[in-house]
Design a binder for this molecule. Structure first.
Ligand SMILES: [Fe+2]
Length: 405
């Protein structure tokens, strides 16, 4: 049987529908054999009808201009044919069929933004000693290895590759395994080393407490890759803190501090001779409930409190408390950064830092890049789609990494 077109590139199981009935408001309710149900609004279903004035088979996108949608559209007849849903739209008089597997993925909520991504697993130093670790050359060569690494990256907010070469282009090569790199005034890729005339505190040998990069942007970079090319300096251990664990602690024990951190705004700057980036937001940005939380924390680029004068003292006290917690051994892990290592992390969730280091008898040279979260999410979904179809399995397994390797 010819399978109805779906508005995407997924292969759906033919999960046959058991029954369909029209409700009084013109929608249709479909029921599967296991009792699962989905109520389909007539306007939504009409937009997704395969063919002209619906889903274009070439683009697999909706070509119905919203001004041409008849808001009086109702489903007046619905039935099941070979497991597929068949409906009649009135007053148009159009019949359309819908793939039962595509409808089922909606019923199961798999169309939602984060549905196909690993669930974040909040961690403290009691759970992780070092970043979850994977073999770098394998990730460059194999999609299965890449999926394993990204699975950990999305779960824990950080994951490390080891045994990579130390050439300049490696960070870009690894980044491009995921997607398009995010450019900035620091360049598509950039170095972290001790500069004579630094334009960032990162390029000194100073300690960097737990922080996130570029809080001075409307949308700070989603993910960061840092590749260690050389490290003969003494000191300079790397640190990571799961911001979500600090939030959990604050929610339970210090809600008044969390309230100040999520509601009081600060203005961040990032400037040099030819740049003037600035953005205002809270230290912990809960977003609008649809996006992951964003931590804006980096004292060298925090410029001004953006709040009434009488709130500033309390806001500073909350900021200091956050600084203490984010750098507390209970939450923060500390590990060596060895040449050939590449650590990827969620820059808006996991706060990174380093100890100060001594360069009188050695060199510490890293190369980094950023990617928007969308790139990482998209790559994970597509890997899952391809690996699932090649394995002929509905379940995507990306385990096998040794968390504390
Ligand atoms: Fe940084």
């Amino acid at each position: 049987m010819h399978q109805p077109l779906t508005p995407d590139y997924y292969h759906y199981e033919w999960t046959a529908i058991n029954s369909a009935f029209c409700s009084h408001d013109g929608s249709v309710v479909v029921t599967w054999h296991d009792g699962k149900q989905l109520e389909c609004h007539p306007l939504w279903l009409r937009e997704n009808a395969p063919g002209p004035g619906g889903i274009d088979p070439r683009s697999k996108e909706n070509d119905l201009n919203i001004v041409d949608l008849n808001l009086e559209t109702r489903i007046t007849k619905a039935f099941v044919q070979n497991g597929a849903l068949i409906v009649h739209f009135q007053p148009e008089g159009r019949q359309a069929s819908f793939h039962p597997g595509w409808l089922r993925h909606v019923a199961d909520g798999k169309h939602k933004t984060f549905a196909l991504l690993p669930q974040p697993q909040v961690w403290t130093s009691a759970d992780l000693i070092e970043p979850p670790t994977h073999d770098g050359p394998s990730v460059l060569a194999s999609d299965e290895a890449l999926a394993d690494w990204l699975d950990d990256l999305l779960k824990y907010g950080l994951a490390r590759l080891i045994r990579l070469p130390t050439a300049n282009e490696i960070v870009e090569l690894v980044g491009n395994r995921i997607g398009v790199l995010r450019d900035s005034n620091f360049g598509l890729t950039w170095h972290v080393s001790v500069d004579i005339d630094p334009n960032s505190t990162a390029n000194t040998n100073a300690e960097l407490p737990a922080h996130s990069d570029l809080p001075s942007r409307e949308t700070p970079p989603g993910f960061q890759l840092l590749h260690c090319q050389k490290n003969t300096a003494s000191g300079g251990m790397s640190t990571m803190t799961d911001g979500l664990a600090v939030v959990d602690h604050l929610e339970t024990n210090e809600p008044e501090v969390l309230e100040l951190l999520t509601s009081r705004q600060w203005t961040f700057f990032n400037r040099d001779e030819s740049q003037d980036h600035r953005w205002t937001g809270p230290i912990i940005d809960k977003g609008d409930g649809r996006v992951p939380w964003t931590f804006r924390a980096f004292h060298p680029v925090r410029g001004f409190p953006a709040m009434p004068e009488e709130e500033i003292s309390d806001a500073y006290a909350a900021l200091q408390r956050f600084g203490y917690l984010a750098n507390w051994d209970k939450f923060q892990i500390r590990y060596e950064f060895t040449p050939g290592d590449l650590v990827a992390f969620d820059n808006r969730r996991v706060l990174h830092g380093r100890e100060s280091f001594d360069t009188t008898a050695g060199v510490r040279r890293l190369r980094g890049t950023y990617l928007d979260s969308d790139e990482v999410y998209s790559r994970m979904r597509v890997l899952r789609r391809h690996l699932t179809s090649s394995n002929s399995s509905n379940t995507f397994s990306a385990t096998g990494a040794n968390i504390n390797a």
